[in-house]
Design a protein around this ligand. Sequence first.
Ligand SMILES: [Fe+2]
Ligand SMILES: [Fe+2]
Length: 203
Amino acid sequence: MRNILLLAFISLLAFTGCKQTTPVKTIENLKAGIKGETTASAKYNAFAQKAREEGNDTIAKLFDAASKSESIHAANHTKVLEELGEKMDVFTPEFEVKTTAENLQAAIDGESYEVATMYPQFIADAQAEKVEKAVKSFTWAMDTEKKHLQFYTKALEALKLASEKTLSFEYAVCPVCGNTYEKASMDENCAFCQTPKDKYIII
Ligand SMILES: [Fe+2]
Ligand SMILES: [Fe+2]
């Protein structure tokens, strides 16, 4: 009797082991996230060049820092996707470059969508499908985008008041999670992933 019970238990374990379902939504969301972050990185790089052409060096620095940060988010999402045995599809980033004031507004709109709509849904889906690494990667990105949104809003206000010279000249980007700081107010250890500040990328 004991042997039969043991056999039944082992069979049940094997059965549940094989029954792992594919996290379909999370895979789709990771791909959308990689596309969004890669596009944002390329877009902010182009916006930085435009800001420099217009003589807005502080705003150019902000776009440079955010561009670096988005590339870290894209790399983190890609790692999770590949760990799930999937590959990213080939795509070309598409965006428009306008004036720096318009580019800042476009950046605010993009970050607002990611913070209010996109990442909360992605995180909920990853939690439901129990993909903890995706929950972490999406959360690091969302928390960073909240800061980018604040920085861009502050920069647009400064630009409208012609006081952009008062904005930070240097930023620090966490190489692990993409968290972004004005250099003067960076934490000893990254608030999101605890990486020490001597590892930050200074821009
Ligand atoms: Fe961002
Ligand atoms: Fe970090």
